[in-house]
Design a protein around this ligand. Structure first.
Ligand SMILES: [Zn+2]
Length: 288
């Protein structure tokens, strides 16, 4: 049985052999096996990942994000992100992975516009379940992408990272030379009004310098841009923003939002398009 691309790799520490898919599980040639959940996603979590305090987004956070997108909130950023990804130069049916795929909307939107072999990876079981239910034609996996990406070396054409954490050496390892990494991070004024009114702080720290430094050894920065939308939001949408953004929101913050009728809110993201250098990655920077 030949597994179609993307070529998933065994996530057992020190293994990394290609996985082959059977009906209800996937296995590597060394005999490590992982379940394919009844709902269609592949669970590649290792015991040390399950014990991690950051077990990924809760079902409540995933549902809140899905409701916001369904109401068009955050669509400007998502559509611009997908538009940039779709217009990149790569072969039809190339492997595209979304790290921190969440509700699955970005990858699914991209797949609706261009033929790709898509894989979404998220640490949250609730997120993978949600995405697999809505977009069963794509592959969804639960894995800790902070540690190691569950993919063989050099087979990926494009990595998407929309407001998610990622590991730069791992992104470089799985990308083909010349492959792309498209990242969106919250801009300095993202949700500024909400942060000001419920958290008493206006500015968030600048992320760009740290991000550029992390990726510089492996990637060339091709483009940088910012996308914004600003719109009046009612209380329910504000509560959903809090649920989706601040990991459920502390109760004191939810109480302050509940006292608001409406608030003009800015949603803003910085986009960074990197291209994998064609030179080999220096061995002292390679992971494992
Ligand atoms: Zn294995």
């Amino acid at each position: 049985m030949v597994m179609s691309r993307p070529v998933l790799a065994c996530s057992v520490r020190g293994c990394g052999l290609p996985l082959e898919r059977h009906d209800a599980h996937v296995t590597c040639p060394s005999g490590h096996a992982f379940d394919v959940a009844r709902r269609g996603y592949i669970n590649l979590l290792q015991p040390q990942d399950r014990r991690s305090p950051a077990a990924g987004d809760s079902r409540e956070a995933v549902n809140a994000r899905a409701r916001l997108l369904a109401a068009g909130i955050g669509r400007t950023v998502l559509d611009a992100f997908v538009h940039r990804a779709v217009s990149l130069d790569f072969e039809p049916d190339a492997t595209v992975i979304d790290i921190g795929s969440g509700t699955g909307d970005a990858l699914a939107e991209m797949a609706s516009q261009r033929p790709i072999s898509g894989l979404g990876i998220d640490l949250s079981t609730a997120a993978a379940e949600h995405a697999a239910r809505r977009f069963p034609h794509l592959t969804w996996a639960v894995a800790n992408a902070d540690r190691r990406l569950p993919l063989v070396d050099g087979g990926v054409a494009l990595i998407l990272s929309l407001h998610a954490r990622r590991n730069a050496p791992e992104c470089a390892r799985v990308l083909a030379p010349g492959g792309y990494l498209l990242i969106a991070t919250p801009a300095h004024d993202d949700l500024v009004e909400l942060r000001e009114s419920v958290m008493g702080e206006r500015h968030q720290r600048e992320r760009a310098d740290a991000l550029l430094g992390e990726h510089e050894p492996f990637f060339t920065l091709m483009e940088r841009s910012t996308v914004r939308e600003r719109r009046p939001l009612e209380r329910e949408a504000l509560l959903d923003l809090l649920r989706s953004t601040y990991r459920g929101g502390r109760s004191s913050e939810a109480t302050r939002v509940a006292a608001l009728q409406q608030l003009d809110v800015t949603l803003a993201s910085d986009f960074f398009l990197f291209q994998r250098r064609t030179l080999p990655v220096p061995t002292d920077l390679k992971q494992q």
